[in-house]
Each structure stands twice: as structure tokens, then as C-alpha cells.
Ligand binder design. Structure first.
Ligand code: ADP
Ligand code: MG
Length: 376
């Protein structure tokens, strides 16, 4: 066999209590952006749960990672949403908290995954549509009333800024007696219809802080967080109330900013982006390894997400990756963030011994070849 275990770790080995939920991880590889590109991809989705990437230390080898779900260029927005995100909505409607993150280097499809396009809507529009639909259906029974409201904020240089009211630039984060996280002063708007949501959300999205870097001129240097609050009130005795929250987070680019030629204020931005992503990685690690101490307080991001990340909350992380070889180092770091479990395979990712027709399919970025590739 040609499989060399590097660090294999059984997720259930050191689980302290079965109640605690793990962070579920999906990987999503976007297609090449320019169809004229003839470069071989640096990574490939092998099957529904594994992805293979060139070993950047030795490109004659590849490294295989496994995850809860792996999506390639042929998988639709709908597939990812239905499998990885939609199941979380039922928790929110039952009064629990959930969060969905898009993580990865700039230009790999985080905003595409979360927001999408009008023809190919992403996680946010789909989740809001389904929550509104579910709440209307529930309300029709006359047994429950459901109220959905949204807040939208960004964390930029460790400051919480209200995207629904740009006068609020540095809001505090507090925790109430029950452990719920609050942002006093943050705007909250009730949404009754999808059209109303779209008006509020799209207007606010334009306020997002963007600045150009050498990597991507439209990249966002901040973390944006849409919070959906669902309050379900029983209309008959015993008049129970359920409070659920869903956080949908488009994280700042995970690339190593020492290599992007940033300086001055950009470097300061990079510093705080990286430190909060580093804090997030420590929190995710602590949760998945079952540590009793989870370092939520180390950044605004993890503090804000404390009640919807770990504990009784449900978390899905979508790690976005790009196939171009110049993303190899940042893609490898993103995969290492998302998984502690990987295998080094002493066979190159690029299958040079394949017959010409296969090679042509490879350079056409045909996802099927990836699925047919074998490890041994
Ligand atoms: P990020 O937010 O991570 O910086 P974007 O979401 O802006 O990246 O994606 C970069 C570019 O790639 C955009 O032009 C986007 O439309 C395109 N893109 C990303 N993911 C996909 C995908 N799965 N299918 C098609 N195009 C994609
Ligand atoms: Mg983006």
C-alpha cells in the first residue's frame, strides 16, 4: 500500500460528553474562472467525502483529506444548501442556535457560497426563504406565532460595525445571565416577506468594507455576519416561547497576508483578520477535540459567536478552495484549518500516465475524472 498515515485521529476517541456537537465541515472547490486556462488543478474532489491536493513540499505526492461533505465544480448551490445547511434550520425553529461559516482564501467563492447570484442564490437567500416559509406554515396552524428578525454586522479591525445603521461603528458585546450573547444598540429589523428581506439585506451589503489587495481587488477584509433571530410563541396554554438564532458568516480571506505585499493600514487589517481567524481555529479545535476550556474570549469574532458555536449549538463550516496552482499554499493551510486528519499518498495528483483523452478531460477540469481516480 502507498498510504502513509500522518496524523489519524478518531473523532469519537476523546469525546467528553455525547451532547456536545462537533463542527461539521464541507469543502467546496470552485471551477476555474477562465475557461481558457489549461493549467492542471492543484486539487481534486475524489468522492463525496474526500479531496486530494498536491503536497506543496513535494509535488510528486498528494495529500488526501476527508470531510463530512466535499463539493466540486459540478455541484450546485442547491446541493450544498440542502445537504449541509438546511438540516440546521429545524434546530433554529426549535429554539437552538446554529451557525454557518464560509472560510477560505480570497477569491475562492465564500461570498458566492453565502450570497450567490440572482440566478444561483447561495446559502443566505435560501435559508431566509425557507425560514420564512416554515414560519408561515407554522402560523397557519394558529397554535404558534413566529417572528423572524435580522441584524447584520461586520467585524473590521476588531470593531463591531452595524451594517443596518452605519452610524454605529464600534458596538460592545455582552453576555446575559443565561449565557446568551447580545450586542446592545445593534439594529434589528423584523422581516415578514422575502422581498422585504432582500431590500434590507442588499442595501446593507453595499456598506461592507472592501479594499483592494494584490490578491483580489474586490476582496472583503472584514468578517460579515447576518444574524437571524426566530421567536416562536405558543398561542394556547402553556404559551411557551422558543428563541433560536442562526448566524450566517462570510469570513475575511484566510490567505497568509505576509505574502500579499500589504503594508501600512492594510497590514494592520491583515493582522486583526488573521488573529481572529487564528482564534476561530483554536475554538474549532478545542470543540472538536472535546477540551473543556474553549478560548472564545480571544477575539471579537469568537466572542460574538460563543452561543452559536459549540455547546448545544450546531455549526457548519464551508471551506472554499480554488483549483489554480498559485492557490496551493493557501488551500493547504485552509484544509489544515478544517481537518486534523489527512493521508499523504506517494502518487502525484496529476496522473501523467493516463492516456491522452484523460489528460484532455483533466485540463478541461472535468470533475468526473477526480471521482474515478484511485488512491492505490
Ligand atoms: P471570495 O468571497 O472567497 O473572495 P467570491 O465569492 O467573490 O470569492 O468568488 C470569486 C469568483 O469566483 C467570483 O467571480 C464568483 O462568482 C466565482 N465563483 C466562486 N465560486 C463559484 C462556483 N462554485 N461556481 C461558479 N463561480 C464561482
Ligand atoms: Mg467575498
Amino acid at each position: 500500500t502507498i498510504l502513509i498515515p500522518l496524523y489519524c485521529w478518531n473523532q469519537d476517541m476523546d469525546k467528553p460528553d455525547s451532547e456536545r456537537s462537533k463542527v461539521k465541515v464541507a469543502v467546496r472547490q470552485r471551477p476555474f474562472l477562465h475557461s481558457s486556462e489549461r493549467e492542471e488543478p492543484c486539487l481534486r474532489i475524489l468522492d463525496k467525502q474526500s479531496v486530494s491536493i498536491m503536497n506543496y513540499r513535494d509535488r510528486r505526492e498528494s495529500v488526501v483529506y476527508s470531510f463530512d461533505w466535499c463539493y466540486g465544480p459540478d455541484n450546485s448551490q442547491q446541493e450544498l444548501y440542502e445537504e449541509a445547511v438546511k438540516p440546521e434550520l429545524s434546530h433554529v425553529l426549535r429554539g437552538q442556535n446554529a451557525s454557518v461559516f464560509a472560510y477560505g482564501p480570497t477569491g475562492t467563492g465564500k461570498t458566492y457560497t453565502m450570497v450567490g447570484t440572482s440566478g444561483n442564490p447561495g446559502v443566505i437567500p435560501r435559508a431566509v426563504g425557507d425560514l420564512l416559509h416554515a414560519s408561515q406554515a407554522t402560523a397557519q396552524t394558529k397554535l404558534w406565532a413566529v417572528c423572524i428578525s435580522i441584524s447584520y454586522l461586520e467585524i473590521y479591525q476588531e470593531k463591531v460595525r452595524d451594517l443596518l445603521d452605519t452610524n454605529k461603528q464600534d458596538l460592545p458585546i455582552r453576555q446575559d445571565r443565561n449565557g446568551a450573547i447580545l450586542v446592545p444598540g445593534l439594529t434589528e429589523r423584523v422581516v415578514d416577506s422575502y422581498a422585504q428581506f432582500e431590500r434590507i439585506f442588499m442595501a446593507a451589503s453595499r456598506h461592507r468594507m472592501t479594499a483592494s489587495t494584490q490578491l483580489n481587488h474586490t476582496s472583503s477584509r472584514s468578517h460579515s455576519l447576518l444574524m437571524l433571530r426566530v421567536v416562536k410563541t405558543e398561542q394556547v396554554t402553556p404559551f411557551r416561547r422558543f428563541f433560536g438564532k442562526l448566524h450566517l458568516v462570510d469570513l475575511a480571506g484566510s490567505e497568509d497576508n505576509r505574502r500579499t505585499g500589504n503594508s501600512g493600514v492594510r497590514l494592520k487589517e491583515s493582522g486583526s483578520i488573521n488573529s481572529s481567524l487564528f482564534a476561530l481555529s483554536k475554538v474549532v479545535d478545542a470543540l472538536n477535540q472535546g477540551f473543556t476550556f474553549v478560548p472564545y474570549r480571544e477575539s471579537k469574532l469568537t466572542r460574538l459567536l460563543q452561543d452559536s458555536l459549540g455547546g448545544s449549538a450546531h455549526t457548519v463550516m464551508v471551506t472554499n478552495l480554488a483549483p489554480e496552482q498559485h492557490f496551493l499554499f493557501d488551500s493547504t493551510s485552509a484544509l489544515n484549518f478544517a481537518s486534523k486528519s489527512k493521508l499523504v499518498v506517494n502518487r502525484p495528483l496529476t496522473l501523467q500516465s493516463q492516456q491522452p483523452v484523460m489528460k484532455r478531460r483533466l485540463s478541461n477540469n472535468d470533475g468526473e475524472l477526480g471521482r474515478n481516480a484511485t488512491l492505490a
